[in-house]
Design a protein around this ligand. Structure first.
Ligand SMILES: NC(=O)c1ccc[n+]([C@@H]2O[C@H](COP(=O)([O-])OP(=O)(O)OC[C@H]3O[C@@H](n4cnc5c(N)ncnc54)[C@H](O)[C@@H]3O)[C@@H](O)[C@H]2O)c1
Length: 312
């Protein structure tokens, strides 16, 4: 047993558990920061949506994709506030990576079609579409209006449908003059453990994420024999802009040690841990992974709720 696990098991206080978690997360961040650039996305042209939140999965993925040598990143976000900072950060650390930021709605069909066409026109190819933009809700089933339900489906599910619909034909195009000799591509979508089973989100959010998981399976089937893969990621509890209020509240109340305690790892996750899986699915490292819903949740969806100290 590692010293991390033996320490974790022998300590009961919430403060101690929280300190262990933050120490573990710091070590993960430090390890990623020191990782050499290995060119996993060399020459790849990528679109990522929902990149605007400073602690978000989209921004972490944009930085990871740049670290791994993507050729051109098209970064789309509804809220323009943090786009200049993201662009400047990538330009400074990775001057070899081209960046185009776009303010707009990931569920706007004309815009998504235009961004896919831009990639084709600028670079002669589109290799990766990471459809990550999403919103959450907190309302109970009976308090959710039909309009709120439909808006959730529009932002979280329609955005993924449009990504697949418009990215796939562009990924199929061959363009030998610009080095694209065969159809290929990877479409990655951020779903959620809430789309796998209940207890991780309200009905509208969970239904929208279940739709995303279904689209990974059914689109992979429809896009057969084109070497275009479609997969979804199902994060568990991750500290981002979306969950920030929950984390702040727990820290203020002194209950931060309880965050993520229901999963077998006994901790929450950070955006960089999801970005790593997005990188895997985007890159050729996952060349035979297709139509899958990959849970990245500390084991939550594999387990009944964990009761600390009980082993079976
Ligand atoms: N944080 C978690 O615990 C968690 C768990 C499971 C799934 N997810 C999913 O991860 C994805 C990323 O969320 P996050 O946790 O990084 O949250 P976040 O709020 O930090 O980031 C989401 C980003 O998407 C943007 N966005 C929202 N609607 C948009 C639209 N219509 N067009 C373009 N951009 C839009 C937001 O402005 C924001 O910048 C979401 O799909 C979310 O549902 C998050």
């Amino acid at each position: 047993m590692s010293s991390y696990n033996s320490a974790r098991n022998s300590i009961k206080s919430g403060d101690d558990l929280y300190q262990l978690t933050t120490a573990r997360l710091e070590s993960i961040r430090a390890q990623l920061a020191q990782a050499p650039r290995s060119g996993k996305l060399k020459n790849k042209v990528c679109i990522i949506t929902g990149v605007g939140s400073l602690k978000g999965i989209g921004r972490a993925a944009a930085l990871r994709f740049a670290h791994e040598g993507a050729k051109h990143l098209y970064l789309l976000e509804f809220d323009p506030t943090n786009l200049p900072d993201l662009e400047a950060t990538i330009n400074k650390s990775y001057p070899d990576v081209k960046v185009t930021t776009i303010q707009g709605d990931a569920a706007d069909e004309a815009l998504i079609s235009k961004v896919c066409s831009m990639a084709l026109q600028d670079e002669g190819r589109l290799d990766v579409f990471f459809a990550n933009a999403g919103i959450a809700s907190r309302k109970s089933l009976t308090d959710t209006t039909a309009d709120e339900y439909m808006n959730m489906m529009r932002v979280n599910a329609l955005s993924c449908f449009l990504a697949i619909k418009h990215a796939a034909p562009v990924m199929e195009e061959i363009n030998p003059a610009r080095g694209k000799h065969a159809s290929s591509g990877s479409i990655v979508m951020t779903a959620s453990v809430a789309g796998v089973r209940s207890g991780a989100g309200p009905v509208d959010y969970s239904a929208s994420k279940a739709a995303v998981n279904s689209m990974a399976q059914t689109s992979a089937y429809q896009l057969q024999r084109k070497d275009i893969r479609v997969n979804s990621i199902c994060p568990g509890l991750i500290e981002t802009g979306m969950t920030g209020a929950t984390f702040d509240h727990a820290r203020q109340r002194g209950t931060a040690g309880k965050l993520g305690q229901l999963n077998p790892l006994g901790r929450y996750g950070i955006a960089e841990e999801i970005a790593q899986v997005a990188l895997f699915l985007a890159s050729d490292d996952s060349s035979y992974v297709n139509g899958q819903n990959i849970a990245v949740d500390g084991g939550l969806s594999a387990s009944h709720p964990v009761i600390p100290g009980r082993w079976a």
